[in-house]
Design a protein. Structure first.
Length: 191
């Protein structure tokens, strides 16, 4: 046990000193090079890349021990691509100024969206889901069991985008109903 404590301290020191978080105009890059729990086994390199267009949430947390040292845990939630979970997350511990980091991420993501390279919304994104089957994909019709908020998180949109889309959908439905009623009222007069 007395031998393990200095080794563990060395591993943690190398782990903390090797953490790098970069924010580029297109993505967030998190790189860590840490030794294994026994340093003679080698080094583990971890690199996570999250496109800014897929970021749906930035969460700042602080535990009891972290508050004593002024540190925070910073989580970035994004839409996962090709995974079983609908949300992928990157968690970084030991951030001293998370408010500034959040501002930078939001600013870069908004620049990306305003430049037109961000999220694109089509009518099929809200109402249809693609399900994988043997040999290809099967596109299903409207999904009734799925809530609007879960489909909102799948696409990465905001609540206002969903409300505007639904209002347009309701407007089109009302117009269709009005035309059907006009046609129905016009039929008895002709006969």
């Amino acid at each position: 046990m007395l031998i393990y404590i200095p080794i563990r301290r060395y591993v943690l020191r190398k782990d903390f000193s090797s953490r790098r978080l970069y924010i580029t105009p297109n993505e967030i890059v998190y790189k860590v090079t840490r030794p294994f729990f026994l340093p003679f086994l080698g080094v583990a390199k971890v690199e996570k890349r999250i496109p800014l267009a897929l970021v749906i949430g930035v969460i700042i947390e602080q535990g009891c021990l972290q508050s004593a040292y002024g540190l925070h845990t910073f989580r970035i939630e994004s839409i996962s691509c090709g995974r079983a979970t609908p949300v992928d997350e990157l968690q970084v511990q030991g951030i001293s100024n998370p408010g500034y980091l959040r501002k930078v991420i939001v600013a870069e993501a908004s620049k990306l969206i305003l430049a037109g390279r961000g999220r694109k919304y089509t009518t099929d994104m809200w109402e249809r889901e693609t399900t994988s089957v043997r040999g290809g994909f099967l596109t299903e019709g409207p999904i009734l069991s799925k809530s609007p908020f879960s489909s909102l998180k799948d696409v990465g949109g905001t609540l206002s985008d969903l409300v505007l889309y639904k209002l347009d959908d309701v407007k089109q439905s009302v117009k269709r109903i009005e035309t059907l009623l006009d046609k129905k009222q016009g039929l008895p007069e002709q006969t």
